[in-house]
Write a new protein. Sequence first.
Length: 457
Amino acid sequence: MALWGGRFSQAADQRFKQFNDSLRFDYRLAEQDITGSIAWSKALVTVNVLTNEEQQQLESALNELLAEVRANPEQILQSDAEDIHSWVEGKLIDKVGALGKKLHTGRSRNDQVATDLKLWCKEQVAVLLEATRELQSALVATAQANQDAVMPGYTHLQRAQPVTFAHWCLAYVEMLARDESRLQDALKRMDVSPLGCGALAGTAYEIDRQQLAGWLGFASATRNSLDTVSDRDHVLELLSDASIGMVHLSRFAEDLIFFNTGEAGFLELSDKVTSGSSLMPQKKNPDALELIRGKCGRVQGALTGMMMTLKGLPLAYNKDMQEDKEGLFDALDTWLDCLHMSVLVLDGIQVKRPRCQEAAEQGYANSTELADYLVAKGVPFREAHHIVGETVVEAIKQGVALEALTLAQLKQFSAVIEDDVYPILSLQSCLDKRNAQGGVAPQQVAFAISEAQKRLG
Ligand code: ARG
């Protein structure tokens, strides 16, 4: 049953109908549409459009429909209804007859779809918040187990200074904590009910929209009907949050892909999240991580697509806005999948400590220590930097580490160098010295782990 028709004498072209209908994707809003309809029926009692008995009849039929939808959501796709709003209304009329035709009094699909989608977004935020916290917990647990796993830290993908695998994990905890707070922030702004704004100018029935908002679990009701039916900022915000979150996950994936290469060899990924080659028997490919890295693209695409759809749209509702759903659904599904998959990857990770340590010892990652040592002996830093640069060139020439040069060799570069330089050049000393807040010193890392554990509960 179409929701309109009185004005039309010709049926829609089948090709147009297929192009126009949104049921094949907005069926995911079925529960929200039913919840919104129940609340609306209660509002209609307050303005004497429905009696209490009629409302109760509608509510129990809608609850029955809700149970049917939960048991078998796919059944919706069998219908040729235009969209989920037509589907729910049609089913209701099937159940209660003419009474069902009263439900749409004072309501438009424009405030209805805005309400349904906001309710859906609010639920998804809760799911995403949980997944974000789960991944943070997995990272903290991995950090805890790898506090003593020293490895090279990089800038420009050149070995820079030693860090620990724990410190690397905690860097991603910070990113995810910001993702979490961005979601909480978006949730506050979207917690405003559109219902009761009608098609664009407001509903002609004097409904208490604040009370109605409360029934639906919204903190309040929106202030301007024109804005309300055309506002999809919450979609843009969630797509932005997803885009940033996926950028983080793609970097996480890329780091691990690199650590897992034969060249780095810092860790081995579990068989559970890798796959083989059809030709090369020796291969074990990091597919889960590559997909996480790759799927970042479609999420950025959804954000850009939605921005472009909304750009330049006149007030108020336009059918362009039906384009808000597929990209959003796909982007949030993708983000959630990638968060879950990242937990799975961490679960089976094996850090190869001897190899990490060996790599940290190579590459002159302790050069800054030697410069700081000279500074402590009164050499100005800029001069110390130059001296150490020359010393590194000599060590490279000999093919040895800085600490493998004899004292006599070191003294050629600076007379102030004494035997006490050797302990300073050790990896442990490199770590221990970085003991200001946020540094890689074991004490700081242990503190960061316990703070994160407290926050994550
Ligand atoms: N299927 C539409 C959407 O997703 C519902 C709103 C339709 N409103 C209208 N006036 N045609 O946006």
